[in-house]
Write a protein that binds this ligand. Structure first.
Ligand SMILES: CCCCCCCC(=O)SCCNC(=O)CCNC(=O)[C@H](O)C(C)(C)COP(=O)(O)OP(=O)(O)OC[C@H]1O[C@@H](n2cnc3c(N)ncnc32)[C@H](O)[C@@H]1OP(=O)(O)O
Ligand SMILES: Cc1cc2nc3c(=O)[nH]c(=O)nc-3n(C[C@H](O)[C@H](O)[C@H](O)COP(=O)(O)OP(=O)(O)OC[C@H]3O[C@@H](n4cnc5c(N)ncnc54)[C@H](O)[C@@H]3O)c2cc1C
Length: 672
């Protein structure tokens, strides 16, 4: 009788324990740094315990893995409502609620209610409107979504076709979807869940268009959830990932809403149809900026989860031979394996510091904006656009590399990596498609560069554009200098400066050659995006270096973070060496030294790799990966995962009786 069973051993896999035993630093200390202190870590643990003591959270994993789309959606609605109830019961703050979402690590059916609907009401409604709608939304007496994107337009907001025409006779807006391409298409929680939507539509008064404004529209009856007259709403279909969310379509046919349902913080329509604005013209774009900032944090969570799975698995998987006399090594010993996974590990810490810095800037600017001071808005818009694009692009790419690094098992749903990649992929598209957002940053950088050229003293993230390039000497003079974080940061800064400078001069030259501005810009779009990427890379490296420099921590923690920071910067220079050489930020000698350093740092990070991912302190249910579990019993967990698979419920699958059996019988009788 075979002794092979799917029971999970009680002890930690010795290969993983061995890694933990040799860590050079205190993992708990680093965990506290990651979560912002002991109290916050403890609070997170308490929330984790509260959530995961409910068996539903375990069952949910099964539905997610094996349920139909409809079952998955239903389970996700159940999960959302459970969380909403807990939120009310425990009076969670926004921060605590966000922690809960991090712990759940999955798109919830009703996510948009908190991530966009409520923030939009907070940012776009007047105080009177808030006291009505925000209160109802916070008490879950209405459930809403943010319906902006249309079938024909997502990026180009000025092209939105949904109309809100003011009727002064009845003091109502008449909401319409005039064409097929005008139907709302994509909003999360719209198809089946929400009974209200914040519809972004072009305001029309007496035949004149006044741009995009927000209107609160009731979609479904509050008694039986039936769709109201004039409204057509449904789900847009299955997606690559995120199928717990009912992204929807919406068609409005002469739906009348009271005048007060236009959110009027930034612009008002008086009862007799007069239009007045307050604040900057882009004030109605405020909710998108908030989510762009949050996407940077999400990118950190995605890449750090991927790194945790990849590193733990690589420490327990043994394959092939290094030393022919020795046993098969852990695949983590192979330099190529380290080269696939450690960039994701270093990126996790880079994005942790960068997203923290961006969030701080956002909070400061938001407080100013609330006081009516909009001076930081352009800088924040561009910084968040660039970092949203940079962090999402790099994290999604890196997690896919990590998935590949787990070989065949990485392709299984039970590995958790495919789901992670598919759920993270939309970060590249949502809240402004990355290329378009990079171009928003590029436009800002060009203006700032022009300002610097005309002698303006710049501040903020672009202040370095005032530098005199003639004074630049590569700060890496010897191999040892390569470990100097400030020197590496300077190299990024100069590369960014030169990339910006080159494209700015080219655009200027093209325009001076009588090319219309839009032609000159389009001719240089690829280089403009390159400049925005170079600037974003510099900001992330700078935030990482400054973040580590400012840390108050033990020497071993500082040491390991400096090593990671150095690796992150060196790896970027090696990966994009063409750009760094072309901009003369480094010469061939320096590049060779930096590449050598990059490789030797792989070996330095290796002993601490497991401890560095343990510090993220992800719960097994959060990671949802047989390969990345804390105990390292990957094979047992993989085998165990097959038990719940409906494919294995019967010894003989019904398809045998339906198709295979008759086919075999026919073949056996055939004389051919
Ligand atoms: C939790 C995860 C859930 C995920 C849910 C996903 C939800 C969603 O996806 S909701 C839909 C998101 N949609 C988007 O993000 C749309 C992206 N498009 C846009 O934001 C705009 O169309 C955009 C910015 C590309 C162009 O805007 P447009 O009005 O044409 O302005 P544009 O002519 O380019 O710029 C005009 C000025 O406004 C500025 N500006 C543009 N946006 C902003 C802003 N948000 N804040 C401040 N200034 C801004 C520009 O910098 C520019 O300044 P300047 O004149 O000084 O150079
Ligand atoms: C999972 C998911 C959830 C979403 N949730 C919501 C939601 O809740 N609410 C909501 O309103 N929307 C939502 N959206 C829609 C999302 O915001 C849009 O898809 C996004 O803004 C991109 O717009 P688009 O689809 O029009 O892309 P497009 O603009 O059509 O992009 C296609 C290509 O055109 C290029 N392009 C377009 N314009 C330019 C330009 N000016 N310069 C250079 N290149 C350009 C882009 O770079 C891209 O390569 C969601 C989308 C997804 C995938």
């Amino acid at each position: 009788m075979s002794e092979i069973t799917s029971s999970i051993p009680l002890q930690i896999n010795p290969d993983l324990q061995e890694e933990r035993d040799k860590a050079s630093f205190n993992v708990t200390e680093l965990t506290h740094i990651i979560y912002g202190g002991i109290e916050k870590t403890k609070k997170r643990k308490r929330l984790e315990k509260l959530l995961f003591s409910d068996p539903f959270f375990q069952e949910y994993q099964n539905v997610r893995a094996f349920g139909s789309r409809s079952e998955y959606y239903a389970a996700s609605v159940k999960k959302s409502t459970k969380i909403f109830k807990l939120r009310r019961q425990h009076k969670w703050t926004d921060e605590e609620y966000e922690t809960v979402l991090d712990i759940c690590h999955d798109d919830l059916a009703l996510t948009l209610h908190h991530t966009m609907f409520i923030p939009a009401l907070e940012r776009l409604a007047t105080e009177d409107q808030k006291s009505k709608w925000l209160t109802l939304a916070k008490q879950y007496k209405i459930i809403g979504t943010y319906a902006q994107t249309e079938l024909g337009h997502g990026t180009y907001l000025q092209g939105l076709e949904t109309t809100a025409t003011y009727d002064p006779q009845t003091r109502e807006f008449v909401m319409n979807t005039p064409t097929l391409s005008a139907m709302k298409w994509w909003p999360g929680s719209l198809g089946k869940s929400s009974n209200h939507a914040l519809v972004l539509a072009t305001l029309i008064i007496s035949g004149k268009k006044y741009g995009m404004h927000p209107f609160l529209v009731q979609l479904r009856s509050m008694d039986d959830h039936k769709v109201l007259p004039g409204v057509r709403v449904g789900d847009i279909g299955a997606k690559m990932g995120g199928n717990s969310v009912d992204n929807g379509y919406l068609i409005l046919d002469n739906v009348r809403i009271p005048r007060n349902n236009m959110l009027m913080k930034n612009a008002q329509v008086s009862p007799d149809g007069k239009f007045v604005t307050r604040g900057p013209s882009k004030a109605n774009y405020a909710t998108m900026m908030l989510i762009r900032v949050q996407i940077c944090t999400m990118a950190y969570q995605v890449v750090s989860s991927g790194a945790t799975i990849g590193i733990r698995y690589s420490a327990v998987r043994r394959q092939s031979k290094l030393d022919p006399q020795d046993r098969e090594p852990k695949i983590l010993e192979y330099q190529t394996q380290q080269y696939k996974i450690f960039p994701g590990l270093a990126m996790s810490y880079a994005f942790l510091f960068a997203s923290r810095s961006l969030t701080r800037k956002y909070e400061e600017a938001f407080a100013e904006i609330q006081r009516g001071d909009f001076k930081s808005l352009p800088e924040l818009h561009c910084l968040s656009s660039g970092l949203k694009s940079f962090c999402s692009e790099h994290s999604v790419r890196q997690v896919e590399i990590i998935r590949q690094s787990c070989g065949g098992h990485g392709y299984l749903n039970a590995a958790g990596l495919g789901m992670l990649v598919n759920a993270a992929a939309p970060m590249i598209t949502v809240e402004g498609e990355n290329t378009v957002m990079y171009l928003q940053l590029a436009r800002y950088i060009l203006k700032r560069f022009a300002g610097a050229m005309s002698g303006q003293q710049l501040d903020g993230s672009t202040s370095y554009l005032s530098m005199d390039p003639a004074t630049y000497v590569c700060p890496v003079m010897s191999e040892t200098d390569c470990r100097n974080l400030t020197a590496l940061c300077d190299i990024y800064r100069y590369r960014s400066y030169m990339t910006v400078c080159r494209v700015a001069r080219q655009v200027q030259h093209d325009m001076e050659s009588d090319m219309p501005q839009h032609v000159a810009i389009n001719k240089n779009l690829v280089d403009l995006v390159r400049a925005a990427k170079a600037h974003s890379y510099y900001i992330v490296v700078k935030d990482f270096v400054e973040g580590v420099d400012a840390l108050v921590a033990s020497a071993p923690v500082i040491k390991v973070l400096r090593t990671l920071c150095c690796f992150y910067a060196a790896h970027g220079i090696a990966e994009y060496s063409g750009d760094f050489l072309e901009s003369e930020a480094v010469g061939l000698h320096q590049l060779k030294w930096i590449k050598n350093l990059q490789v030797s740092l792989l070996g330095e990070i290796r002993p601490d790799a497991v401890a560095l991912v343990d510090a993220f302190d992800y719960h097994d249910i959060t990671l949802s990966s047989a390969l990345g579990c804390y105990d390292g019993n990957a094979y047992e967990r993989l085998f165990k995962s097959t038990e719940n698979d409906p494919m294995n419920k019967e010894e003989v699958h019904p398809s045998y009786y339906q198709y295979l059996k008759p086919f075999m019988e026919e073949m056996n009788k055939s004389k051919l």
